[in-house]
Ligand binder design. Structure first.
Ligand SMILES: [Zn+2]
Length: 169
C-alpha cells in the first residue's frame, strides 16, 4: 500500500458525504478500508466529528441577530460620522484659506492708505501682506483659546451623521 493509496482513501472519505462518489471509487475505498486499519480509524473519527457538529445546533438566536445588526449599524454610523468630520475639516480649511486671501488682499489694496493715515513707515506695506495672511489664523486661534469648548462635539457630529443617514433612506 502506497502513500498515494491512503491519500486517495482520505479524499474519498471526505467527499462521499456531501458529494456523490462513483461506484468503482466506493468499491475501491471499501477494499482499502478492509485492509488498512489507519484509514478505517479515520473514517470512524470523521463520522464522529460529523455527528458531534450536527448535534450542536448552530442557529443564531433572535437576540444574537439583533445584537449583530446593532453593532453593524453603530459601525456604519461611526463611518458616516468620520466622513462628516472630513467634510467639516475641508470646509474649515477653505474658509481659512479664503479669509487669509481676503485679509491679505484688503491690506494690499488699503495698506498704503492705512500707513499714511497712521503715519507709519512705508517700508512695512510689503511685509504687512504676510502679517495679514496670518492674521485670520491668529484670530481663530485666539478665539479657540478663549472658548476651549470643542465646536465639533461628538454628539453634534452624531446628529449630523444621523441626519445624512435619514437623507439616504
Ligand atoms: Zn489507508
Amino acid at each position: 500500500m502506497t502513500n498515494h493509496d491512503h491519500e486517495r482513501a482520505l479524499d474519498l472519505i471526505m467527499r462521499r458525504g456531501p458529494e456523490q462518489i462513483t461506484a468503482p471509487e466506493a468499491a475501491w475505498l471499501e477494499s482499502h478500508l478492509a485492509a488498512c486499519p489507519q484509514c478505517a480509524q479515520y473514517v470512524n473519527d470523521f463520522d464522529n466529528t460529523g455527528r458531534l457538529l450536527r448535534s450542536v445546533a448552530i442557529t443564531a438566536s433572535p437576540r444574537l441577530v439583533a445584537a449583530t445588526q446593532q453593532r453593524l449599524r453603530a459601525r456604519a454610523l461611526q463611518m458616516r460620522e468620520q466622513q462628516t468630520r472630513m467634510v467639516l475639516i475641508a470646509i474649515s480649511f477653505c474658509i481659512g484659506a479664503m479669509s487669509s486671501a481676503l485679509s491679505a488682499w484688503l491690506w494690499w489694496k488699503f495698506g498704503g492708505w492705512a500707513v499714511e493715515r497712521l503715519s507709519l513707515p512705508v517700508s512695512i506695506v510689503a511685509p504687512g501682506i504676510f502679517l495679514f495672511l496670518l492674521l485670520p489664523a491668529v484670530v481663530i486661534a485666539a478665539l479657540m483659546l478663549a472658548f476651549p469648548q470643542p465646536v465639533f462635539e461628538s454628539r453634534f457630529m452624531a446628529a449630523l451623521a444621523r441626519e445624512r443617514e435619514g437623507d439616504n433612506q
